[in-house]
Design a protein around this ligand. Structure first.
Ligand code: BGC
Length: 425
């Protein structure tokens, strides 16, 4: 006898990636531009990344062979619209081939339309505080849907629009427009683009109220554009929701951060088909702000406490506030020790199971990330991948965690309690 599993048979078991972190040579993007500025906050440039742009066929086949049923990846706005209003059919065809490869291998493609990176030209138009940005983003989404819409399984508009507010609570980023000119990298960016430094607002680094409004407007306009082409396609955005906690004296601050980072974005998700939840751990606040990992705690490569229980808490919070189905679109651990990753994934998946058992609609668990890749400002140091990559040879080697999660997905779906019930004789 097998134990019944609470996971529905069509549950999405996947791994995720983001174009800029894996493709390589995303040269028309704002992030590539920032990586190469004097005083850049990026510790190294993304370069060839893991050359997923050329190796996607083998990569998709490998993901499927490990047992997964879904692959989440992003399409790059900077490739598809390298100059304002100039759309590249060749690049759209590239993503069409990727989508076809997913279908050939039985993977449901979860497509992110914007994963942090934007075209460089958008930065000169005010980036994610610009008055034209929502409309321009919706126009790009419409073109993507026209070309690719029939092959997309789930659509994510914006990835982690709330991240800048979480980072700001750690004292990272969050420079007010009037002070940007005194930050060398923003001054250099403004100089090269020929604009005023106060207008430099890349997606990951702007935490102004104007930025909040632009992102909500862009999400709404994009959702409408996607639905106009395919009303049946599930559409949502994906949020960076940490499990926000406090120790004595930190409750007021924790409440404020929870409100700014999690709650108002979850409220803005109401009415969507789903919300993507992306959780890595907990964030604890005390009287003097963010509290580091407790003494002796097991930590990840960034020195943060390993706390897989956070995912269950953020799913429950999303369910309570947004009241719509959840897809875990990212969850993972930066570690060189894959045994730690297996334990982390197991605890996190148990948390998802307990939410489903309580009647919360969770439609998928997609781990971050398919391949060791470009971890933004941290460069290639942190290893979040379930598949290792030798960047000299670009050789891929699945880790035990990939086999564990891929195998588990088959097992759990096979034991689903959501199978059609057997009729009594
Ligand atoms: C992002 C990913 C990133 C991951 C790990 C999320 O914030 O969506 O692009 O690599 O977390 O830090």
């Amino acid at each position: 006898m097998t134990t019944a599993s609470p996971f529905p048979q069509d549950f999405l078991w996947g791994v995720a990636s983001a174009g800029h972190q894996v493709e390589g040579n995303n040269v028309n993007s704002d992030t590539w531009f920032l990586e190469h500025l004097p005083g850049s906050m990026f510790s190294e440039p993304s370069g060839d990344a893991v050359d997923h742009y050329h190796r996607y066929r083998e990569d998709i086949a490998l993901i499927a062979s490990l047992g997964f049923t879904s692959y989440r990846f992003s399409v790059e706005w900077a490739r598809i619209e390298p100059e304002e209003g100039l759309f590249s059919t060749a690049e759209l065809d590239h993503y069409r081939r990727m989508l076809k490869a997913c279908h050939e291998h039985g993977l449901v493609p979860v497509v992110t339309f914007h994963h942090f990176t934007s075209p460089r030209w958008l930065l000169a138009l005010g980036g994610w505080e610009g008055s034209r940005t929502a409309g321009l983003f919706a126009r790009y989404c419409d073109r993507v849907m026209e070309h690719l819409g029939d092959l997309i399984g789930v659509a994510c508009t914006l990835n982690e629009p709330n991240l800048p507010w979480l980072l700001e609570s750690f004292g990272i980023g969050g420079v007010a427009p009037e002070n940007r000119g005194s930050v060398p990298v923003w001054a250099a960016a403004a100089d090269r683009l020929g604009v005023d430094a106060s207008t430099i607002a890349p997606f990951q680094f702007s935490s102004t109220e104007a930025g909040f409004d632009v992102k909500v407007a862009a999400h709404r306009a994009a959702t409408a554009a996607i639905k106009a082409r395919r009303p049946d396609l599930p559409v949502g955005w994906t949020l960076a929701n940490s499990d926000i906690q406090s120790i004595e004296g930190g409750q007021e601050l924790a409440d404020q951060v929870r409100r700014d980072v999690n709650e108002r974005f979850l409220e803005a998700s109401r009415g969507d088909d789903f919300v993507g939840i992306q959780t890595y751990g907990r964030t604890v606040y005390g009287p003097n702000g963010h509290v580091p990992a407790p003494e002796g705690a097991e930590t990840n490569q960034m020195g943060e406490e390993i706390y897989p229980q956070a995912l269950e808490a953020t799913i429950r919070e999303a369910h309570r506030i947004a009241g719509i189905p959840v897809i875990v679109t990212e969850n993972g651990l930066a570690t060189e020790d894959d045994t730690q990753r297996v334990a982390y994934l197991k605890a996190a998946v148990d948390g998802v199971a307990s939410c489903i058992a309580d009647g919360i609609e969770v439609h998928g668990y997609i781990a971050w990330t398919a391949f060791d890749n470009y971890e933004w400002v941290f460069g290639y140091g942190p290893k979040f991948g379930l598949i290792a990559v030798d960047r000299e040879t670009q050789e891929r080697t699945p880790k035990e965690s990939a086999r564990w999660l891929g195998g588990r997905s088959r097992e759990l779906s096979a034991q689903s309690v959501r199978e059609p019930a057997a009729q009594p004789a």
